[in-house]
Design a protein around this ligand. Structure first.
Ligand code: ATP
Ligand code: RIB
Length: 334
């Protein structure tokens, strides 16, 4: 089977991660371990691009960086990961995006993003990126609306599938302007922002998915529900894929990895349930380690996790003994 070229048009950040037992109250000072912080490559787009590359996709990352040392660090990482950055642009005025991430002992995080150059990706940049002739396009909402909308328009014109990880929550995003979408995937907060429904129960998830379906032209709505797993709606039926029972150290990037793996496996085998199971295992491995970038698993690590019988959702023999390309054997060709 031919390798798939995925065009990721999205954000790139450096993550300043601070670990703490708990976040401070307003006015409070907390003294933590001196080793308690780190700088990692990040950004929703960067994390997803790395996940695609580590799953074996021919990954093209169209992002915008500043002319600074953080940009050089990120470019070196993308090169190491085998990500094509011919369509990454350098902004002469804005700095590379930065995210400040507070991570508590329970694995929960709070993120503030300073978008910098990400905010200056233009529809022209998007048009230029399409000259790589992608097989599919992957988008997130951490870049300007016009760029996201233009990407769906060009993809629809070219007849290629679009996957949208609807993060971060954007109250004012004109969803109705998006072109045809294969999978639209918000998390719990994004679902609430886009629909006004908090996906607390199965019934709420269904109501929210139906409401989303009336706003976006998507084949599948996949709601990410954190440690509860994910909810898939195909316009008629729904399916729930439970999360893996693992000890969460840091959930940063779980959503980015989940949606990238979901999209890639779905593109390979056309089976949304099987794809969601692989994505669930990949996201579980992501939450078990600190930081987004250092915790993104390779395809082999996910397959090994499943083969070892550690996965409750992708059971051995069902998905675990075979690769997701099904009978066509992606592993053999590699
Ligand atoms: P992020 O933390 O990157 O913002 P998100 O909010 O976009 O993530 P989540 O719903 O938190 O997305 O997580 C995506 C997927 O990761 C879930 O559907 C689930 O499969 C997995 N996941 C998240 N948290 C946990 C956890 N504590 N234990 C196991 N799996 C988890
Ligand atoms: O989803 C996690 C990502 O969100 C972080 O890497 C941070 O950069 C923000 O974009």
């Amino acid at each position: 089977m031919k390798n798939l070229r995925i065009l990721v048009i999205s954000s790139a950040n450096i993550d300043f991660v601070q670990r703490m037992r708990r976040v401070p109250y307003a006015g409070e000072t907390i003294v933590e371990d001196e080793e308690g912080y780190a700088y990692y490559p990040g950004g929703k787009g960067g994390n997803s691009a790395v996940a695609f590359a580590r799953f074996g996709a021919d990954t093209v990352f169209a992002c915008r960086l500043g002319r600074d040392t953080n940009a050089k660090r990120l470019a070196a990482v993308y090169k190491k990961e085998g990500i094509d950055t011919h369509h990454a642009t350098v902004d002469e005025e804005a700095e590379t995006g930065l995210a400040s991430i507070l991570t508590e002992e329970n694995g929960k995080n709070r993120i503030v993003v300073y978008p910098g150059a990400n905010r200056r990706i233009t529809p022209e940049d998007v048009e230029e990126a399409f000259t790589c002739y992608p097989d599919a396009v992957f988008l997130q909402m951490e870049i300007p609306d016009e760029a996201v909308i233009e990407a769906t328009r060009l993809a629809e014109k070219a007849g290629i599938p679009v996957f949208i990880d609807a993060a971060p929550a954007r109250m004012d995003f004109p969803l109705e302007k998006l072109g045809k979408i294969e999978i639209f995937s918000p998390n719990e907060i994004e679902t609430r922002v886009y629909t006004g429904i908090s996906p607390a129960t199965e019934e709420d998830c269904l109501r929210a998915a139906i409401r989303l379906s009336s706003k976006v032209r998507a084949r599948y709505i996949v709601i990410k529900l954190g440690d509860r797993g994910s909810f898939i709606y195909d316009g008629q039926e729904y399916y729930i894929i439970p999360a893996e029972k693992v000890r969460a150290v840091d959930t940063t990037g779980a959503g980015d990895v989940f949606t990238a793996v979901l999209s890639y496996v779905y593109l390979r085998n056309g089976n949304i349930i099987s794809a969601a199971k692989y994505a669930t295992c990949a996201a579980a491995l992501t939450v078990m380690k600190e930081g987004a970038y250092p915790s993104i698993p390779t395809k082999e690590e996910v397959l090994e996790y499943i083969r070892n019988g550690r996965s409750a959702s992708a059971e051995n023999g069902e998905d675990g003994q075979q690769d997701f390309a099904g009978g066509e054997g992606e592993t053999e060709e590699e």
